[in-house]
Design a protein around this ligand. Structure first.
Ligand code: HEC
Length: 144
């Protein structure tokens, strides 16, 4: 094999690796304004009714019955995960005694409220409940 072919093969495999990586980490960031203020307000109404009793107010400093959804522990654990994963976590497990009772609209509003509580900016376009789109957006809260 000549040197040129080796070089070509090496750069081809490097390219493959970076393509695979790009698929693993969602392309868009929730820092780009992916929900609206109106949506987050709707989400707060659902949160106060169904989540507050365990997760506490977003202004709490210490968790009580359940982890806070906007402290550094939450941000560190969710930073590189997608909004689809957060949506599914809530849909499949929350509230623990009534999982599966929230509508997709309520779920996406809750995600919007959690983003706003993590100081992620609102934008002009509402967040969609489409799983494939949510998979493309990583939560990306907290410091870099
Ligand atoms: C009866 C108490 C209770 C209620 C009500 C409740 N949760 Fe939870 N939640 C928990 C507990 C306990 C955990 C930690 C165990 C786990 O991750 O499943 C948790 C974990 C979570 C997590 C993962 C947190 C992390 O750091 O990874 C999210 C997100 C969440 N809840 C969202 C919600 C939302 C949104 C609601 C309202 C629709 C809700 N929960 C209602 C008890 C509750």
């Amino acid at each position: 094999m000549n040197v040129l072919r080796v070089v070509a093969l090496v750069s081809l495999s490097a390219l493959t690796v970076s393509v695979v990586r790009a698929q693993q980490v969602a392309a868009r960031s929730a820092k780009d304004g992916v929900y609206t203020i109106a949506q987050a307000k709707q989400g707060k109404i659902v949160y106060d009714e169904s989540c507050l009793e365990c997760h506490g107010t977003m202004a709490s400093a210490t968790p009580d019955m359940a982890p806070l959804l906007n402290d550094y522990v939450f941000q560190a654990s969710w930073k590189d995960r997608s909004l689809a994963e957060l949506f599914d976590k809530i849909r499949n497990t929350m509230p623990p005694n009534k999982a599966g009772t929230l509508s997709r609209q309520q779920l996406v509003d809750l995600v919007a409220y959690i983003l706003s509580a993590n100081a992620l900016p609102a934008g002009d376009v509402p967040l969609t409940d489409d799983t494939e789109t949510l998979k493309q957006i990583r939560l990306d809260a907290g410091h870099p």
